[in-house]
Design a binder for this molecule. Structure first.
Ligand code: SAH
Length: 304
């Protein structure tokens, strides 16, 4: 089993702000560390702390890269192996709330400090992906916020690969449509059901309600029955997105909107090309770290 390691360093508030958006070359590691910053003593607002959680013992190079991210790289890091705990939960327990436009996401360890008028969700880290901290989730939220800001309306929404349910909840609250959220992983659907209850998301098949299904891609009777959708969001990975281009595009209404994420910068061209073959044209790209979020629109003249 790969053990988890924590590296602790002093940092400044400015470092903490910067690290929210940019973890430099550490982002290129196979499993990038999860970085968490905190203010251990509110009476000393300039003395912050950085905890970086690594899977496996961090290499010397990784430690050097971590220190180079700080305005003062001289302190010696405290490097500890963690006991056999659920390190994802552990590392995310103190994660800062995030705000993307009108959306605000916080964990139960933080009180809801959402600015007035925002759409706020309580999502705890745990067994499913999607607490808003990852660049892809944040990119999709930003894209949804932009669409809501431009007055877009969607009545029939699909969140494919829902993880914690976060994007489906956000789309439903922003656009009020009926929503179906799916995931290949039954645990994710269990977690989404729990999160829906916590966040007062009405479950069901009607307008303003959410339905949940366990499904690989579009291969579920309910996903087919509810098509065509006017908004599909899929934050998966480039490979499956390319493989599923035909079936996902077919489930979209002519003129419908598709938001794709989970792809890396260098994969964006191939993903867009795969969807262009099915009448979906790239109209917007939003870059977060190395993870672009793509917005495509299906031609109004497309057959289906
Ligand atoms: N939508 C969430 C989670 C993204 S992680 C967010 O944006 O934060 C990707 C999710 O897609 C995972 O929960 C994974 O289980 C699911 N997934 C991966 N391949 C899939 C497939 N072929 N069909 C459906 N879901 C899939």
């Amino acid at each position: 089993m790969v053990t988890s390691w924590r590296v602790t360093l002093p940092c400044t508030k400015a470092d903490a702000e910067r690290l929210k958006d940019d973890i430099g070359p550490l982002a290129l590691l196979d499993t990038p560390p999860v970085l968490m910053t905190s203010e251990p003593d509110p009476k000393r607002p300039d003395d912050w702390q950085l905890d970086a959680y690594f899977e496996g013992r961090p290499t010397k190079a990784a430690l050097a890269q971590l220190r180079a991210l700080l305005s003062d790289p001289t302190p010696v890091p405290l490097v500890e192996e963690l006991a056999d705990e659920d390190w994802v939960t552990l590392s995310q327990a103190g994660l800062e709330p995030i705000t993307e436009g009108r959306f605000h996401i916080h964990a139960s360890t933080h009180p809801d400090s959402a600015p007035a008028g925002s759409i706020s969700f309580l999502i705890d880290a745990g067994r499913a992906f999607g607490t808003g901290q990852h660049a892809t989730t944040a990119g999709c939220l930003a894209m949804l916020d932009g669409l809501a800001g431009s007055g877009a309306h969607f009545r029939n929404i699909l969140d494919l690969g829902t993880g914690t349910g976060v994007l489906g909840f956000a789309a439903m609250r922003a656009f009020g449509g009926r929503t179906i959220a799916s995931d290949i992983d039954p645990v994710s659907i269990e977690v989404t059901a729990e999160n829906a209850a916590i966040n007062h998301i009405p479950m069901g098949r009607g307008p303003g309600q959410m339905e949940l299904v366990v499904a690989t891609g579009m291969s579920h009777r309910r996903l087919q029955q509810r098509a065509p959708y006017d908004l599909i969001i899929a934050n998966i990975l480039a490979g499956p997105l390319i493989d599923m281009a035909a079936e996902i595009s077919a489930a979209l209404k002519p003129g419908g909107t598709l938001i794709l994420a989970g792809l890396l910068d260098h994969q964006a061209g191939n993903v867009a090309k795969a969807y262009a073959r099915h009448a979906c044209r790239l109209v917007q790209r939003l870059d977060r770290e190395d993870w672009p979020t793509l917005r495509l629109v299906k031609s109004r003249n497309a057959r289906k």
